[in-house]
Design a binder for this molecule. Structure first.
Ligand code: HEM
Ligand code: NAG
Ligand code: NAG
Length: 507
């Protein structure tokens, strides 16, 4: 009798213990998923930021999905007025709440900004080192970027940026001429329609593999293919970024991305290990060589940091450049007079000689305007992200420490108030003698980001762009294929959703 009473008492206290553990866990959960975001919401509201009403726990994700389903593709007409195609939900919300507002990914508040004056004021006192990158993206995109330069912050960022900035070499001509030979034989075998997006991304990938990592296309291709698979997995529309336990709601995608990330890491480990055995016989001057040469002094990157930087550069170093060329070919296909103008300029600057001298590229001025105009109308990096690491005062309002920020570059580049009535027209000449393209605000044109964290690859990009475009223009003329369907879409970068088929004619 007594023993069984003891048992009951024991199990009761065990029950109470369990109950209180559950209670504490639930309390913690409610606190971090609900109370903290709610307090953040109140703070932003008190500061006068409004936006679409969030629901718990999905924030505005359901609105985003719904509004995206209305996004239109058009096989018939091609308009450069792309904001409502690329970001239909922001286009709608801007009309309701203005150019600065708050929206929610799950329980993460994002300050949306499409006003250059606001960008200017908020970044006035903040150095590259003082900016954060949204933690929620850092976790979500770990398989793609790890903690490479795009994602690191603070003193680590300073250390990485210092090691990496000088480490560039000019693009590799051979990959580009191989591509054009391939196009030539396709055309002469009666297949004049070529999907230039796929072709150019592949070639730019080959160039980055060779010039930055000193490896053959075969070895680089595995890394590049897996990076692309991660990108596709991460940008499936049905994901729950920012939702508490969202990764368990997308368990399949999460595990897929993680496994791919590990495979990429393993491939890069191999590449690095192979280089370590070779390094004694003289150091290569490519990106990997320079990253590793710093091994010996105190700035050294760990192997994990090396792997993450390699991932970041493998991806960042080719897709954006390839897309700027892809969108250029679209616009030149629709504007054959600009094809001609550029061919004339190439004749003047390069003549019949070979394009060997990088200094020649500086003479291709009109090509530079075209590049800027393409980066304006179709910015391959359609947004810039930040996270506040301190309270930031902008005029009368305060952006609280920890606030995520999402700067809508597409919107600013297509804002009639900034550029005038002809904002959606392809007019490269607006960049003649004007590095801001006639924009009436200096922060209105941000294809490479802003401040101390601006893109490190922008000079390399300009070089690669001019080399590839010169080679293409001297060998072919091209026009739009009737199979092209115009739907610029946001998949980390701004890509033509249905590829870019063009019709080629040898010159
Ligand atoms: C048309 C081509 C390119 C575009 C449009 C582009 C755009 C951008 C943008 C918008 C950012 C963010 C800047 C910010 O947060 O303020 C960025 C950062 C970065 N880009 Fe690029 N990029 C291009 C080419 C390249 C190339 C060729 C490389 C490497 C070889 C590269 C490597 C990076 C890196 C490492 C960062 C991070 C810098 C940091 O956070 O300190 N990019 N790029
Ligand atoms: C901002 O918030 C983070 C995390 O909550 C904290 O660690 C940091 O000290 C805060 N920064 C400032 C300047 O208050
Ligand atoms: C790019 O070139 C410009 C001018 O030639 C130079 O001022 C700038 O520092 C270079 N930037 C990078 C990131 O290499």
């Amino acid at each position: 009798m007594e023993a069984s009473l003891q048992l009951v008492m024991n199990s009761m206290s065990l029950g109470i213990l369990c109950a209180s553990i559950v209670f504490i866990l639930v309390g913690k959960l409610v606190f971090s998923c609900w109370i903290i975001p709610f307090l953040g919401y109140r703070k932003l509201k008190r500061n006068g930021f409004s936006g679409p009403k969030p629901s718990f726990p999905f924030g505005n994700l359901n609105d985003i999905k719904l509004l995206s389903s209305f996004s239109s593709s058009s096989p018939l007409s091609i308009s450069n007025n792309i904001h409502s195609t690329a970001f239909p939900y922001f286009a709608v919300w801007q009309k309701l709440y203005g150019k600065v507002m708050v929206y929610w990914l799950g329980t993460e508040a994002f300050l949306y900004i499409a006003d250059p004056q606001f960008v200017k004021e908020m970044s006035a006192d903040i150095k590259g080192k003082g900016w954060g990158k949204p933690n929620v993206f850092k976790q979500d995109r770990e398989p793609m970027f790890g903690s490479g330069l795009v994602m690191v912050e603070g003193d680590d960022w300073v250390r990485h940026r210092h090691v990496i900035t000088p480490a560039f070499s000019p693009a590799n001509l051979k990959s580009a001429t191989d591509m054009l030979d391939r196009w030539g034989s396709l055309v002469s075998s009666g297949q004049p329609e070529i999907d230039v997006e796929r072709e150019i991304i592949r070639t730019a990938g080959e160039i980055i593999a060779k010039t930055s990592f000193g490896i053959s296309y075969g070895n680089g291709r595995k890394v590049l293919e897996k990076l692309r698979d991660v990108q596709i997995t991460l940008f499936k529309t049905n994901r729950y970024v920012g939702v508490p336990f969202g990764k368990y709601l997308n368990l399949k995608e999460t595990l897929e991305a993680k496994a791919l990330g590990e495979e990429i890491d393993a491939l890069l480990h191999e590449i690095i290990a192979e280089r370590r055995t070779k390094i004694r016989g003289g150091e290569a001057k490519d990106l990997l060589g320079m990253l590793m040469a710093d091994d010996k002094n105190k700035r050294a990157l760990t192997t994990k940091e090396l792997v993450d930087e390699c991932k970041t550069f493998f991806f960042g170093g080719h897709e954006t450049t390839a897309l700027s060329l892809t969108w250029t070919l679209l616009l030149l296909a629709i504007h054959p007079t600009w094809q001609e103008e550029l061919r004339e300029e190439i004749k003047l600057v390069v003549g019949d000689g070979e394009l060997r001298d990088v200094a020649m590229l500086a003479g291709l001025k009109k090509m530079g305007w075209v590049m800027n105009e393409v980066l304006r109308l179709y910015p391959p990096a359609p947004n810039v992200q930040r996270q506040a690491r301190q309270d930031i005062r902008v005029g009368k309002v305060v952006i609280p420490n920890g606030t995520n920020m999402w700067i809508d570059v597409v919107s600013m580049h297509h804002d009639e108030k900034l550029w005038g009535k002809d904002v959606h027209e392809f007019k490269p000449e607006r960049f003649e003698d004007n590095i801001y393209g006639g924009c009436n605000h200096k922060m209105g044109f941000l294809p490479f980001g802003f401040g101390g964290r601006m893109c490190v690859g922008r000079n390399l990009t300009a070089m690669e762009y001019k080399i590839m475009l010169t080679l293409i223009l001297t060998r072919f003329s091209f026009s739009l294929s009737p199979n092209y369907c115009h739907e610029p879409s946001h998949m980390l970068s701004l890509r033509p959703k249905h590829g870019m088929p063009l019709i080629f004619k040898p010159l």
